[in-house]
Design a protein around this ligand. Structure first.
Ligand SMILES: *Cc1c(COP(=O)(O)O)cnc(C)c1O
Length: 286
């Protein structure tokens, strides 16, 4: 890329989207110790929440099947037929899909809500929406290894569980940049601060592109151009926004000359299919 030569920085991409074919990128790491814990607790069902295009729903449906669990996905909103590619995939893995209203969905963190589900569905191991809990952060701390010595490490941020794990695995000479995919990051920033002891991180909210799961034409164009030029497919919800941010910051001389940057490709490509169908746009589809 010309801009890298011009600004004299090096950009590396760590393709954890290729860790597992169906348990996408960071979700594999977030699930790793949760699966161990669910087995330890002798649970036979995993239950999680998500939107109709959720990477977490797709990942859990496959991980449950692969590890001998039943799975239940509680989806925000009502059923739309034919099923979108994410829910069709989840169902094919044997996931039981339950739809709840958006207003009821907001109560999903309450004890009453969970107890109600347990009364109806039997016991389960709960993986929170987005998959973030303490065990998830233990897992995402394994995304970085001793070869990842770049000056800057960049990743996309939803709930912040992945970012937190990466921060805790970083060394004190590194700076970790999180590119938020959701609006309103004050609470998010507090959450992340409560999960990590380190201070070598910054949450960047300039590349949200209108909000979570929202896209605009410049983002779509960027993702498609990046794919043709670099042969690296990005998703439109997370990694596309992060990479657009990284390259924009390079342009703005945010990174000192001669510095090295590692961008983590956290996956999410399963979502491109549903989004391109829904919005009738082109996106890289594998
Ligand atoms: C879920 C997801 C994220 C966000 O991860 P958090 O740990 O919730 O911040 C980032 N990228 C991709 C591709 C994801 O699927």
């Amino acid at each position: 890329m010309r801009i890298l030569k011009e600004k004299r920085v090096r950009l590396y991409v760590k393709r954890i989207d290729q860790t597992h074919e169906y348990i996408s990128g960071n979700k594999w790491y977030k699930l790793k110790y949760n699966l161990v814990e669910a087995k330890k607790q002798n649970k036979n069902t995993l239950l999680t929440f998500g939107g109709a295009y959720s990477n977490n729903i797709a990942a859990i449906s496959f991980a449950a099947k692969e590890n001998g669990f039943k799975s239940i996905g509680v989806i925000r909103g009502e059923e739309h037929l034919p099923l979108n590619p994410t829910l069709k995939f989840a169902k094919e893995q044997g996931m039981e899909i339950i739809y709840i209203s958006r207003s009821y969905y907001r109560l999903k963190h309450t004890k009453e809500f969970i107890n109600n589900l347990k009364e109806k569905l039997g016991d389960f191991y709960l993986v929170p929406e987005g998959g973030t809990n303490g065990l998830a952060i233990k897992g995402t701390a394994e995304i970085l290894d001793s070869n990842d010595v770049q000056d800057f490490v960049c990743c996309s941020v939803g709930t912040g569980g992945t970012f937190a794990g990466i921060i805790s695995a970083s060394n004190d000479k590194q700076m970790v940049l999180g590119f938020s995919a959701i609006k309103g990051s004050d609470q998010l920033e507090k959450d992340i601060g409560s999960w990590v002891d380190e201070c070598n991180w910054e949450l960047i909210s300039d590349y949200v592109c209108g909000g979570y799961a929202k896209v605009n034409t410049s983002l779509i164009e960027f993702v498609n151009d990046f794919y043709s030029a670099q042969k690296v497919p990005l998703d439109a919800i997370y990694t596309g926004k992060m990479m657009m941010g990284v390259l924009d910051l390079i342009k703005q001389d945010y990174f000192p000359r001669e510095s090295s940057i590692l961008a983590i490709h956290t996956g999410g490509l399963q979502g491109n299919k549903g989004m391109s169908e829904r919005l009738e746009i082109d996106l890289p589809i594998l």
